[in-house]
Design a protein around this ligand. Structure first.
Ligand SMILES: [Zn+2]
Ligand SMILES: [Zn+2]
Length: 288
């Protein structure tokens, strides 16, 4: 592990700028594609009818929304690659607090730095997200993400140019504030995309036993974020529900909706998704 962490740091230090850009873009892009593909396959191909009682918005997503989500996510990933390259360049020039060797602060700090990065991102996301909902900024920055009112895992990076820049700002912000090893930063980003895909898949995954206790007040849920896509004036958080609870910005019906979803029973009469699409099309055609 020690040798691996040192060789990752050495590799990043010795790459030229184009190699850093390509490396970050490929890693971020592959993580997004693999996780979103797994979520899509499980939730919309294999278990759509089985898990339908946990589907937050009770209708299948539209193809044109998925195409738009994929296109904007691809553009965002390029922007993440560019901002990552600038951050690494600044780090090599000695302007950031990035630690190139784990031995400098030890493995305890390595683990703590990941937790601090998660807390920093949670706070940054909540406040920048509320700022993006200001009426004067929403149209220019955040509207693209809200075009998905029944999002799929492919919406995880569906941002406008300016929003992708604002989201990517967490790279330099973390590097300037937290003495963090590049590998620890990579683990933090892994946690970020896992949560991001989980929050956009459209199903409530948390088990009932977990959401009955205190974790309900601490953790953010897919229900919380999907409700934000339905009704944008509330539920601004990402990993935790703490800022929304402190600031009183949870939707008034969030707790009730979460309770209904985690208590819902499976309905065996729900068809699988391609079949449901055909049924919906037939119903629509018969109404015309
Ligand atoms: Zn979203
Ligand atoms: Zn929003």
């Amino acid at each position: 592990m020690v040798n691996q962490s040192e060789s990752v740091a050495d590799m990043i230090k010795n790459f030229n700028s184009l190699e850093v850009f390509t490396g970050i873009t490929v890693v971020v892009g592959m993580r997004y594609l693999v996780l979103a593909f797994i979520a899509w396959t499980l939730c919309y191909w294999l278990f759509y009818s089985r898990w339908f009682h946990r589907k937050i918005v009770k209708r299948p997503p539209r193809r044109k929304d998925i195409r738009r989500e994929l296109l904007y996510s691809a553009l965002s990933i390029l922007i993440f690659g560019a901002v990552g390259m600038v951050t690494i360049t600044l780090a090599r020039m000695g302007y950031t607090r990035i630690c190139w060797s784990v031995a400098e602060r030890g493995w305890g700090w390595f683990a703590l730095s990941i937790l601090l990065a998660v807390l920093l991102h949670d706070t940054y996301f909540y406040w920048s997200h509320r700022w993006m909902h200001h009426p004067k900024l929403f149209h220019w920055i955040h509207k693209v993400h809200h075009q998905s009112n029944n999002p799929t895992p492919w919406a995880s990076y569906s941002f406008s140019f300016w929003e992708a820049m604002a989201q990517a700002a967490i790279f330099p912000l973390t590097a300037f504030l937290i003495p963090i090893h590049p590998l620890a930063f990579g683990i933090f980003m892994g946690w970020q995309i896992f949560n991001n895909v989980l929050g956009h898949t459209g199903f409530e995954f948390y088990p009932r036993w977990m959401m009955k206790g205190w974790l309900r007040y601490l953790l953010n849920t897919p229900t919380n974020h999907i409700m934000h896509h339905e009704k944008p004036n509330g539920n601004y958080g990402i990993y935790f529900n703490i800022w929304d609870r402190i600031m009183g910005t949870n939707h008034p019906d969030y707790d009730q909706r979460l309770t209904e979803l985690i208590q819902a029973k499976r309905n065996p009469t729900i068809p699988n998704m391609p079949q449901q699409e055909r049924t919906t099309a037939k119903v629509t055609a018969s109404k015309l």
